[in-house]
Design a binder for this molecule. Sequence first.
Ligand code: GDP
Ligand code: MG
Length: 487
Amino acid sequence: MGQRFSSPKDEHHQELASSFNEYFKKFKLESKIIPQKTLASIELNLSKGNIQGANSSITNALKEIESTPLDVAVTGESGSGKSSFINALRGTGHEEEGAAKIGVVETTMERHPYNHPKIPNVVFWDLPGIGTTNFPPKDYLEKMKFTEYDFFIIVSATRFKKNDIDLAKAISRMKKDFYFVRTKVDSDLKNEKKFKPRTFDREKVLQQIRSSCVRTFQENNIKQPPIFLISNNTLCDYDFQILMDKVVNTLPEYKRHNFMLSLPSITRAAIERKRQFLEQRIWIQGFAFSLLIVNPSQTILMNKDVEDLRKSINHYRAVFGVDDASLQGLAKDWQVSVDQLKAKMKSPHVFETTKEETIQERLSRLYEEFRLAKGDVFAKNVYVKKMFYLKYSFLDMVTDDANVFLREICIKNNLVRLGSCPGGSRPASGTFGGRPGSGTGGGRPAGTCEVAGTSGPAWQGTTRGLPRQQGQLGPACNTQSRLPHYN
Ligand code: GDP
Ligand code: MG
Protein backbone atom coordinates (compact mmCIF):
# COMPACT_ATOMS: atom_id res chain seq x y z
CA MET A 1 0.00 0.00 0.00
CA GLY A 2 1.16 3.51 -0.70
CA GLN A 3 3.89 2.20 -2.96
CA ARG A 4 4.19 4.25 -6.09
CA PHE A 5 4.72 2.26 -9.27
CA SER A 6 6.44 4.02 -12.11
CA SER A 7 4.48 4.09 -15.33
CA PRO A 8 6.04 3.14 -18.68
CA LYS A 9 6.04 6.87 -19.44
CA ASP A 10 8.07 7.64 -16.30
CA GLU A 11 10.47 4.90 -17.24
CA HIS A 12 10.81 6.32 -20.72
CA HIS A 13 11.67 9.72 -19.25
CA GLN A 14 14.23 8.20 -16.89
CA GLU A 15 15.73 6.37 -19.84
CA LEU A 16 15.96 9.60 -21.82
CA ALA A 17 17.60 11.38 -18.90
CA SER A 18 20.09 8.61 -18.32
CA SER A 19 21.04 8.22 -21.98
CA PHE A 20 21.57 11.99 -22.12
CA ASN A 21 23.76 11.86 -19.05
CA GLU A 22 25.68 8.81 -20.29
CA TYR A 23 26.48 10.47 -23.58
CA PHE A 24 28.06 13.59 -22.11
CA LYS A 25 29.84 11.65 -19.38
CA LYS A 26 32.29 10.31 -21.91
CA PHE A 27 33.69 13.76 -22.61
CA LYS A 28 36.19 15.48 -20.36
CA LEU A 29 35.00 18.74 -18.84
CA GLU A 30 37.31 20.76 -21.10
CA SER A 31 35.96 19.06 -24.23
CA LYS A 32 32.28 19.66 -23.58
CA ILE A 33 30.56 22.16 -25.82
CA ILE A 34 27.66 22.85 -23.46
CA PRO A 35 28.11 24.07 -19.86
CA GLN A 36 27.71 21.37 -17.21
CA LYS A 37 24.98 23.42 -15.53
CA THR A 38 22.89 23.47 -18.71
CA LEU A 39 23.44 19.74 -19.24
CA ALA A 40 22.30 19.04 -15.69
CA SER A 41 19.16 21.13 -16.12
CA ILE A 42 18.29 19.40 -19.40
CA GLU A 43 18.73 16.04 -17.71
CA LEU A 44 16.50 17.10 -14.84
CA ASN A 45 13.78 18.26 -17.21
CA LEU A 46 13.97 14.98 -19.09
CA SER A 47 13.69 12.91 -15.93
CA LYS A 48 10.65 14.95 -14.82
CA GLY A 49 9.02 14.46 -18.19
CA ASN A 50 9.29 18.13 -19.11
CA ILE A 51 10.16 17.39 -22.71
CA GLN A 52 9.27 20.86 -24.00
CA GLY A 53 11.55 22.41 -21.37
CA ALA A 54 14.41 20.07 -22.22
CA ASN A 55 13.95 20.69 -25.90
CA SER A 56 13.92 24.45 -25.58
CA SER A 57 17.10 24.37 -23.43
CA ILE A 58 18.78 22.28 -26.12
CA THR A 59 17.60 24.65 -28.85
CA ASN A 60 18.94 27.61 -26.88
CA ALA A 61 22.24 25.86 -26.26
CA LEU A 62 22.61 25.11 -29.97
CA LYS A 63 21.87 28.75 -30.79
CA GLU A 64 24.51 29.87 -28.30
CA ILE A 65 27.04 27.51 -29.87
CA GLU A 66 26.33 28.90 -33.33
CA SER A 67 26.22 32.55 -32.49
CA THR A 68 28.58 33.23 -29.58
CA PRO A 69 31.29 35.58 -30.82
CA LEU A 70 34.95 35.23 -29.95
CA ASP A 71 37.31 38.19 -30.19
CA VAL A 72 41.03 37.68 -29.84
CA ALA A 73 43.41 40.63 -29.43
CA VAL A 74 46.93 40.17 -30.81
CA THR A 75 49.40 42.80 -29.72
CA GLY A 76 53.17 43.29 -29.78
CA GLU A 77 55.83 45.47 -31.32
CA SER A 78 55.91 46.15 -35.02
CA GLY A 79 57.77 43.33 -36.76
CA SER A 80 57.19 40.80 -33.99
CA GLY A 81 55.00 38.62 -36.22
CA LYS A 82 51.44 39.64 -35.23
CA SER A 83 50.09 39.72 -38.77
CA SER A 84 51.83 36.46 -39.65
CA PHE A 85 50.37 34.85 -36.53
CA ILE A 86 46.87 36.07 -37.39
CA ASN A 87 47.18 34.69 -40.93
CA ALA A 88 48.36 31.39 -39.51
CA LEU A 89 45.40 31.23 -37.13
CA ARG A 90 43.00 32.05 -39.93
CA GLY A 91 44.59 29.48 -42.23
CA THR A 92 45.17 32.23 -44.77
CA GLY A 93 48.24 32.33 -47.02
CA HIS A 94 50.05 35.69 -46.77
CA GLU A 95 49.39 36.46 -50.41
CA GLU A 96 45.72 35.59 -50.33
CA GLU A 97 42.95 38.12 -50.54
CA GLY A 98 41.96 39.37 -47.12
CA ALA A 99 45.25 38.28 -45.51
CA ALA A 100 46.83 40.54 -42.90
CA LYS A 101 49.71 42.32 -44.65
CA ILE A 102 53.06 41.18 -43.36
CA GLY A 103 56.37 42.98 -43.18
CA VAL A 104 54.64 46.35 -43.11
CA VAL A 105 55.89 48.87 -40.58
CA GLU A 106 53.02 50.01 -38.40
CA THR A 107 51.92 53.52 -39.10
CA THR A 108 48.36 53.37 -37.86
CA MET A 109 47.22 53.62 -34.26
CA GLU A 110 44.01 51.80 -35.14
CA ARG A 111 43.14 48.21 -34.41
CA HIS A 112 42.16 46.06 -37.38
CA PRO A 113 39.69 43.14 -37.30
CA TYR A 114 40.22 39.93 -39.31
CA ASN A 115 37.27 37.55 -39.38
CA HIS A 116 38.01 33.87 -39.67
CA PRO A 117 37.13 32.94 -43.26
CA LYS A 118 35.26 29.77 -42.28
CA ILE A 119 33.96 30.69 -38.82
CA PRO A 120 33.06 34.38 -39.10
CA ASN A 121 32.12 34.70 -35.41
CA VAL A 122 35.79 34.29 -34.58
CA VAL A 123 37.59 37.60 -35.04
CA PHE A 124 41.29 38.31 -34.60
CA TRP A 125 42.17 41.92 -33.84
CA ASP A 126 45.55 43.19 -34.99
CA LEU A 127 46.47 45.85 -32.44
CA PRO A 128 49.29 48.37 -32.84
CA GLY A 129 52.02 47.59 -30.31
CA ILE A 130 51.85 49.52 -27.07
CA GLY A 131 55.32 50.91 -27.86
CA THR A 132 54.07 52.33 -31.16
CA THR A 133 51.27 54.21 -29.45
CA ASN A 134 53.30 55.56 -26.52
CA PHE A 135 50.22 55.22 -24.31
CA PRO A 136 50.60 53.94 -20.75
CA PRO A 137 49.02 50.44 -20.42
CA LYS A 138 45.71 51.58 -18.93
CA ASP A 139 45.11 54.23 -21.62
CA TYR A 140 46.29 51.84 -24.30
CA LEU A 141 43.75 49.22 -23.22
CA GLU A 142 40.97 51.77 -23.09
CA LYS A 143 41.82 53.14 -26.54
CA MET A 144 41.96 49.59 -27.89
CA LYS A 145 38.54 48.82 -26.31
CA PHE A 146 39.84 46.03 -24.11
CA THR A 147 36.35 45.02 -22.91
CA GLU A 148 35.57 43.66 -26.37
CA TYR A 149 38.19 40.88 -26.32
CA ASP A 150 37.97 37.45 -24.81
CA PHE A 151 41.72 37.20 -24.34
CA PHE A 152 44.99 38.79 -25.41
CA ILE A 153 48.01 37.33 -27.10
CA ILE A 154 51.17 39.34 -26.49
CA VAL A 155 53.71 38.61 -29.18
CA SER A 156 57.44 39.24 -29.16
CA ALA A 157 60.22 38.13 -31.47
CA THR A 158 62.90 38.83 -28.84
CA ARG A 159 62.85 39.14 -25.05
CA PHE A 160 59.62 40.51 -23.65
CA LYS A 161 59.99 44.14 -22.60
CA LYS A 162 58.87 45.97 -19.49
CA ASN A 163 56.14 47.43 -21.69
CA ASP A 164 54.76 43.97 -22.42
CA ILE A 165 54.80 43.00 -18.78
CA ASP A 166 53.10 46.20 -17.66
CA LEU A 167 50.47 45.57 -20.28
CA ALA A 168 49.96 42.01 -19.04
CA LYS A 169 49.56 43.31 -15.47
CA ALA A 170 46.94 45.80 -16.64
CA ILE A 171 45.09 43.10 -18.62
CA SER A 172 45.11 40.87 -15.59
CA ARG A 173 43.70 43.67 -13.39
CA MET A 174 40.88 43.92 -15.90
CA LYS A 175 40.15 40.24 -15.34
CA LYS A 176 41.07 39.13 -18.83
CA ASP A 177 43.32 36.27 -19.88
CA PHE A 178 46.57 36.78 -21.74
CA TYR A 179 49.21 34.55 -23.28
CA PHE A 180 52.84 35.37 -24.06
CA VAL A 181 53.98 34.12 -27.44
CA ARG A 182 57.62 34.23 -28.51
CA THR A 183 57.74 34.05 -32.33
CA LYS A 184 60.50 33.34 -34.86
CA VAL A 185 62.12 30.52 -32.91
CA ASP A 186 62.85 28.90 -36.28
CA SER A 187 65.15 31.84 -37.11
CA ASP A 188 66.93 31.56 -33.77
CA LEU A 189 67.53 27.86 -34.33
CA LYS A 190 68.68 28.39 -37.89
CA ASN A 191 71.15 31.08 -36.85
CA GLU A 192 72.51 29.03 -33.97
CA LYS A 193 72.97 26.07 -36.25
CA LYS A 194 74.72 28.19 -38.85
CA PHE A 195 77.14 29.77 -36.43
CA LYS A 196 77.73 26.84 -34.08
CA PRO A 197 77.27 23.79 -36.29
CA ARG A 198 79.40 21.53 -34.08
CA THR A 199 77.87 22.29 -30.73
CA PHE A 200 74.32 23.02 -31.90
CA ASP A 201 71.70 21.48 -29.61
CA ARG A 202 68.12 22.25 -30.59
CA GLU A 203 66.57 21.66 -27.18
CA LYS A 204 69.26 23.70 -25.46
CA VAL A 205 68.66 26.68 -27.75
CA LEU A 206 64.91 26.52 -27.11
CA GLN A 207 65.60 26.36 -23.39
CA GLN A 208 67.86 29.41 -23.66
CA ILE A 209 65.12 31.36 -25.43
CA ARG A 210 62.71 30.43 -22.66
CA SER A 211 65.16 31.38 -19.91
CA SER A 212 65.90 34.69 -21.53
CA CYS A 213 62.17 35.49 -21.59
CA VAL A 214 61.78 34.38 -18.00
CA ARG A 215 64.51 36.76 -16.80
CA THR A 216 62.43 39.78 -17.80
CA PHE A 217 59.63 38.56 -15.59
CA GLN A 218 62.00 38.01 -12.68
CA GLU A 219 63.49 41.46 -13.16
CA ASN A 220 59.99 42.88 -12.93
CA ASN A 221 59.17 40.84 -9.85
CA ILE A 222 56.25 38.96 -11.24
CA LYS A 223 55.38 35.32 -11.28
CA GLN A 224 56.41 33.89 -14.56
CA PRO A 225 53.52 33.01 -16.86
CA PRO A 226 53.89 30.23 -19.42
CA ILE A 227 55.66 31.35 -22.58
CA PHE A 228 54.79 29.67 -25.84
CA LEU A 229 57.57 29.40 -28.39
CA ILE A 230 56.31 29.31 -31.93
CA SER A 231 57.27 29.72 -35.54
CA ASN A 232 54.66 31.23 -37.79
CA ASN A 233 56.40 29.39 -40.63
CA THR A 234 56.15 25.95 -39.03
CA LEU A 235 53.06 26.04 -36.89
CA CYS A 236 52.99 22.36 -36.17
CA ASP A 237 56.35 22.40 -34.49
CA TYR A 238 57.20 23.98 -31.12
CA ASP A 239 54.39 25.15 -28.80
CA PHE A 240 51.61 26.27 -31.12
CA GLN A 241 49.35 23.29 -30.48
CA ILE A 242 50.06 23.44 -26.74
CA LEU A 243 49.01 27.08 -26.74
CA MET A 244 45.84 26.32 -28.69
CA ASP A 245 44.92 23.47 -26.36
CA LYS A 246 45.44 25.75 -23.39
CA VAL A 247 43.23 28.44 -24.92
CA VAL A 248 40.48 25.96 -25.84
CA ASN A 249 40.55 24.44 -22.35
CA THR A 250 40.34 27.84 -20.70
CA LEU A 251 37.54 29.34 -22.78
CA PRO A 252 33.91 29.10 -21.68
CA GLU A 253 32.10 26.21 -23.41
CA TYR A 254 30.17 28.17 -26.01
CA LYS A 255 33.25 30.15 -27.04
CA ARG A 256 35.50 27.12 -27.14
CA HIS A 257 33.38 25.39 -29.75
CA ASN A 258 33.83 28.03 -32.45
CA PHE A 259 37.46 28.62 -31.59
CA MET A 260 38.28 24.92 -31.83
CA LEU A 261 36.56 24.64 -35.19
CA SER A 262 38.44 27.68 -36.48
CA LEU A 263 41.87 26.22 -35.73
CA PRO A 264 44.07 24.72 -38.41
CA SER A 265 44.04 20.90 -38.46
CA ILE A 266 47.75 20.55 -37.88
CA THR A 267 47.87 17.45 -35.73
CA ARG A 268 45.96 14.23 -35.52
CA ALA A 269 44.93 15.20 -32.00
CA ALA A 270 43.55 18.55 -33.21
CA ILE A 271 41.56 16.77 -35.92
CA GLU A 272 40.18 14.33 -33.37
CA ARG A 273 39.22 17.11 -31.00
CA LYS A 274 37.34 18.93 -33.74
CA ARG A 275 35.60 15.68 -34.59
CA GLN A 276 34.53 15.28 -30.97
CA PHE A 277 33.12 18.80 -30.86
CA LEU A 278 31.12 18.26 -34.04
CA GLU A 279 29.99 14.82 -32.92
CA GLN A 280 28.50 16.32 -29.77
CA ARG A 281 26.59 18.81 -31.86
CA ILE A 282 25.20 16.13 -34.16
CA TRP A 283 24.23 13.96 -31.21
CA ILE A 284 22.40 16.66 -29.33
CA GLN A 285 20.63 17.89 -32.48
CA GLY A 286 19.49 14.35 -33.18
CA PHE A 287 18.43 13.89 -29.58
CA ALA A 288 16.30 17.05 -29.65
CA PHE A 289 14.89 16.08 -33.02
CA SER A 290 13.79 12.69 -31.76
CA LEU A 291 12.09 14.25 -28.71
CA LEU A 292 9.62 16.12 -30.85
CA ILE A 293 9.24 13.91 -33.85
CA VAL A 294 6.07 15.01 -35.62
CA ASN A 295 5.50 12.17 -38.04
CA PRO A 296 6.79 8.91 -36.55
CA SER A 297 5.96 6.88 -39.64
CA GLN A 298 8.13 8.99 -41.95
CA THR A 299 11.11 7.05 -43.24
CA ILE A 300 11.96 8.75 -46.51
CA LEU A 301 14.37 11.66 -46.80
CA MET A 302 12.73 14.62 -48.47
CA ASN A 303 14.52 17.09 -50.76
CA LYS A 304 14.96 19.55 -47.91
CA ASP A 305 16.61 16.80 -45.83
CA VAL A 306 19.03 16.01 -48.63
CA GLU A 307 19.81 19.73 -48.82
CA ASP A 308 20.37 19.82 -45.08
CA LEU A 309 22.73 16.85 -45.36
CA ARG A 310 24.62 18.48 -48.20
CA LYS A 311 25.06 21.61 -46.09
CA SER A 312 26.31 19.52 -43.19
CA ILE A 313 29.01 17.76 -45.19
CA ASN A 314 30.09 21.06 -46.73
CA HIS A 315 30.37 22.59 -43.29
CA TYR A 316 32.51 19.69 -42.02
CA ARG A 317 34.71 19.90 -45.09
CA ALA A 318 35.23 23.64 -44.56
CA VAL A 319 35.99 23.19 -40.86
CA PHE A 320 38.63 20.52 -41.58
CA GLY A 321 40.12 22.46 -44.50
CA VAL A 322 39.18 19.90 -47.17
CA ASP A 323 36.48 21.93 -48.92
CA ASP A 324 36.70 22.80 -52.61
CA ALA A 325 38.34 26.20 -52.02
CA SER A 326 41.01 24.63 -49.81
CA LEU A 327 41.61 21.87 -52.33
CA GLN A 328 42.19 24.42 -55.08
CA GLY A 329 44.83 26.11 -52.94
CA LEU A 330 46.48 22.83 -52.05
CA ALA A 331 46.44 21.66 -55.67
CA LYS A 332 48.28 24.84 -56.64
CA ASP A 333 50.84 24.43 -53.86
CA TRP A 334 51.41 20.78 -54.66
CA GLN A 335 51.23 21.27 -58.42
CA VAL A 336 48.61 18.59 -58.97
CA SER A 337 45.05 18.81 -60.19
CA VAL A 338 42.07 19.15 -57.86
CA ASP A 339 40.77 15.87 -59.32
CA GLN A 340 43.96 14.11 -58.25
CA LEU A 341 43.38 15.33 -54.72
CA LYS A 342 39.72 14.35 -54.81
CA ALA A 343 40.63 10.87 -55.99
CA LYS A 344 42.22 10.31 -52.56
CA MET A 345 39.13 11.46 -50.72
CA LYS A 346 35.67 10.22 -49.94
CA SER A 347 33.71 13.30 -48.89
CA PRO A 348 33.64 15.23 -52.20
CA HIS A 349 31.91 12.32 -53.94
CA VAL A 350 28.87 11.89 -51.71
CA PHE A 351 26.70 14.33 -53.62
CA GLU A 352 28.10 13.64 -57.07
CA THR A 353 25.67 12.03 -59.47
CA THR A 354 26.95 8.95 -61.23
CA LYS A 355 25.48 6.48 -63.68
CA GLU A 356 25.58 3.72 -61.09
CA GLU A 357 23.78 5.41 -58.23
CA THR A 358 21.38 8.26 -57.56
CA ILE A 359 22.11 10.48 -54.59
CA GLN A 360 19.16 8.98 -52.70
CA GLU A 361 20.51 5.49 -53.37
CA ARG A 362 23.94 6.48 -52.20
CA LEU A 363 22.57 8.01 -49.01
CA SER A 364 20.59 4.83 -48.33
CA ARG A 365 23.71 2.75 -48.88
CA LEU A 366 25.82 4.95 -46.60
CA TYR A 367 23.12 4.83 -43.95
CA GLU A 368 23.01 1.02 -44.08
CA GLU A 369 26.78 0.76 -44.02
CA PHE A 370 26.96 3.01 -40.99
CA ARG A 371 24.19 1.10 -39.22
CA LEU A 372 25.81 -2.25 -39.89
CA ALA A 373 29.20 -1.05 -38.74
CA LYS A 374 28.09 0.83 -35.62
CA GLY A 375 24.86 -0.88 -34.60
CA ASP A 376 21.88 1.09 -33.38
CA VAL A 377 23.39 4.09 -31.74
CA PHE A 378 20.52 6.47 -31.77
CA ALA A 379 16.76 6.93 -31.61
CA LYS A 380 14.49 4.17 -32.86
CA ASN A 381 12.76 6.34 -35.41
CA VAL A 382 14.08 5.46 -38.86
CA TYR A 383 13.86 8.97 -40.27
CA VAL A 384 15.82 10.48 -37.35
CA LYS A 385 18.35 7.69 -37.61
CA LYS A 386 18.78 8.24 -41.33
CA MET A 387 19.40 11.95 -40.90
CA PHE A 388 21.81 11.70 -38.03
CA TYR A 389 23.64 8.48 -38.88
CA LEU A 390 24.39 10.07 -42.22
CA LYS A 391 25.78 13.15 -40.48
CA TYR A 392 27.98 10.92 -38.31
CA SER A 393 29.05 9.04 -41.39
CA PHE A 394 29.95 12.29 -43.17
CA LEU A 395 31.90 13.48 -40.16
CA ASP A 396 33.93 10.25 -40.15
CA MET A 397 34.55 10.59 -43.86
CA VAL A 398 35.74 14.18 -43.60
CA THR A 399 37.92 13.34 -40.61
CA ASP A 400 39.50 10.55 -42.62
CA ASP A 401 40.06 12.91 -45.54
CA ALA A 402 41.72 15.46 -43.25
CA ASN A 403 43.98 12.73 -41.88
CA VAL A 404 44.85 11.61 -45.40
CA PHE A 405 46.11 15.10 -46.18
CA LEU A 406 47.93 15.44 -42.91
CA ARG A 407 49.69 12.20 -43.71
CA GLU A 408 50.51 13.39 -47.23
CA ILE A 409 52.01 16.53 -45.77
CA CYS A 410 54.18 14.47 -43.44
CA ILE A 411 55.32 12.34 -46.34
CA LYS A 412 55.93 15.26 -48.65
CA ASN A 413 58.03 16.99 -46.05
CA ASN A 414 59.96 13.91 -45.15
CA LEU A 415 58.51 14.18 -41.68
CA VAL A 416 57.08 10.79 -41.25
CA ARG A 417 58.13 7.90 -39.12
CA LEU A 418 56.73 4.71 -40.54
CA GLY A 419 53.32 3.97 -39.13
CA SER A 420 53.08 7.16 -37.15
CA CYS A 421 51.06 9.31 -39.51
CA PRO A 422 47.27 9.27 -39.57
CA GLY A 423 45.81 6.19 -41.14
CA GLY A 424 48.64 3.84 -40.27
CA SER A 425 51.65 3.01 -42.32
CA ARG A 426 52.74 4.79 -45.41
CA PRO A 427 51.46 3.60 -48.79
CA ALA A 428 54.01 2.06 -51.12
CA SER A 429 53.07 4.53 -53.83
CA GLY A 430 50.48 7.06 -54.83
CA THR A 431 51.42 10.16 -52.95
CA PHE A 432 50.43 13.43 -54.59
CA GLY A 433 53.63 13.71 -56.55
CA GLY A 434 55.56 14.52 -53.38
CA ARG A 435 58.91 13.07 -52.69
CA PRO A 436 58.62 9.84 -50.75
CA GLY A 437 59.36 10.00 -47.04
CA SER A 438 62.49 8.38 -45.78
CA GLY A 439 60.55 6.93 -42.88
CA THR A 440 63.20 8.01 -40.47
CA GLY A 441 62.65 10.79 -38.02
CA GLY A 442 65.33 11.81 -35.65
CA GLY A 443 65.22 12.10 -31.92
CA ARG A 444 61.45 12.35 -31.44
CA PRO A 445 59.23 9.93 -29.61
CA ALA A 446 57.38 7.44 -31.74
CA GLY A 447 53.95 8.64 -32.73
CA THR A 448 55.12 12.02 -33.85
CA CYS A 449 56.03 13.44 -37.18
CA GLU A 450 59.14 15.44 -37.39
CA VAL A 451 59.80 18.70 -39.15
CA ALA A 452 62.88 18.35 -41.26
CA GLY A 453 64.67 21.39 -39.93
CA THR A 454 64.14 24.45 -42.07
CA SER A 455 65.00 22.79 -45.34
CA GLY A 456 61.45 21.97 -46.41
CA PRO A 457 59.57 23.82 -49.10
CA ALA A 458 59.11 27.50 -48.49
CA TRP A 459 55.53 27.03 -47.41
CA GLN A 460 54.34 29.30 -44.73
CA GLY A 461 51.92 28.83 -41.92
CA THR A 462 48.79 27.04 -42.87
CA THR A 463 46.65 26.85 -45.93
CA ARG A 464 42.94 27.24 -45.44
CA GLY A 465 42.80 25.19 -42.29
CA LEU A 466 45.25 22.53 -43.37
CA PRO A 467 48.89 22.87 -42.52
CA ARG A 468 51.24 23.60 -45.35
CA GLN A 469 54.21 22.31 -43.48
CA GLN A 470 53.57 19.63 -41.01
CA GLY A 471 55.27 18.46 -37.90
CA GLN A 472 54.39 16.95 -34.61
CA LEU A 473 51.38 14.75 -34.55
CA GLY A 474 49.47 14.27 -31.38
CA PRO A 475 49.10 11.01 -29.53
CA ALA A 476 47.55 8.17 -31.45
CA CYS A 477 43.84 8.61 -31.70
CA ASN A 478 41.09 6.70 -33.27
CA THR A 479 39.22 8.40 -36.04
CA GLN A 480 36.33 5.99 -35.74
CA SER A 481 33.29 7.31 -33.97
CA ARG A 482 32.80 5.97 -30.52
CA LEU A 483 29.11 6.49 -30.31
CA PRO A 484 26.98 5.64 -27.35
CA HIS A 485 23.95 3.45 -27.65
CA TYR A 486 20.72 5.30 -27.37
CA ASN A 487 17.42 3.59 -27.93
P1 GDP B 1 53.95 42.53 -37.35
O1 GDP B 1 54.53 43.84 -37.73
O2 GDP B 1 54.03 42.29 -35.89
O3 GDP B 1 52.58 42.34 -37.89
O4 GDP B 1 54.89 41.41 -38.01
P2 GDP B 1 54.72 40.65 -39.39
O5 GDP B 1 53.78 39.54 -39.27
O6 GDP B 1 54.46 41.64 -40.48
O7 GDP B 1 56.16 40.00 -39.56
C1 GDP B 1 57.34 40.79 -39.70
C2 GDP B 1 58.39 39.96 -40.45
O8 GDP B 1 58.77 38.82 -39.68
C3 GDP B 1 57.90 39.41 -41.78
O9 GDP B 1 58.96 39.49 -42.69
C4 GDP B 1 57.56 37.98 -41.49
O10 GDP B 1 57.72 37.13 -42.61
C5 GDP B 1 58.56 37.62 -40.42
N1 GDP B 1 58.05 36.61 -39.48
C6 GDP B 1 56.91 36.66 -38.76
N2 GDP B 1 56.80 35.59 -37.94
C7 GDP B 1 57.88 34.83 -38.19
C8 GDP B 1 58.34 33.56 -37.66
O11 GDP B 1 57.73 32.94 -36.79
N3 GDP B 1 59.53 33.11 -38.16
C9 GDP B 1 60.26 33.77 -39.09
N4 GDP B 1 61.40 33.23 -39.51
N5 GDP B 1 59.86 34.96 -39.60
C10 GDP B 1 58.69 35.47 -39.16
MG1 MG C 1 51.37 43.78 -38.86
